[in-house]
Design a protein. Structure first.
Length: 152
């Protein structure tokens, strides 16, 4: 089974039909080896001998999630946790408006730094806020479901 590799950058655009097909094919290969450490043999077009790569279950799961989005035709952006984000980038990640994000920053809900007169948010701090926000929402939903069950 050969999966075509492309040196072209995927970021900033939607994946092509061939990239979607390759992503789905590779995801199926990874899924079949997801039980433990998977040893995969990778063949590049210009290499004379294959390279062996061992994928841990965590790395396999991460790659499968990434490939699932690409396989569906979604654009994917990777954000290193050490990256400093603009307010617009942070708002996009949280799926909120920029003015709402600014109000969260001013209330102290998310830490930020001023670079000149521009606010910058650490991706790590933003992801911590998002995780806490999502946990709070999940608890509230569980509580509502329990109250609803009590009424029945």
């Amino acid at each position: 089974m050969t999966i075509p590799a492309s040196a072209e950058k995927i970021g900033g655009r939607l994946p092509s039909a061939s990239e979607k097909a390759a992503a789905n094919q590779l995801r199926k290969v990874l899924a079949s080896h997801a039980a433990g450490d998977a040893k995969l043999r990778v063949l590049a077009k210009d290499d004379r001998k294959p390279s062996e790569v061992t994928l841990t279950p965590g790395l396999s799961a991460l790659l499968m999630e990434l490939l699932r989005y690409i396989g569906k035709g979604d654009a994917v952006t990777l954000v290193p946790v050490s990256q400093m984000l603009t307010t617009q980038q942070a708002a996009d990640i949280l799926n909120v408006s920029r003015p709402h994000l600014i109000s969260l920053l001013e209330k102290g809900a998310i830490k930020f730094e001023l670079v000149g007169r521009h606010r910058r948010i650490s991706a790590n701090d933003l992801f911590a806020y998002r995780h806490a926000r999502d946990e709070k929402r999940s608890r509230a939903l569980r509580d509502l479901a329990e109250m609803d069950a009590d009424l029945i």
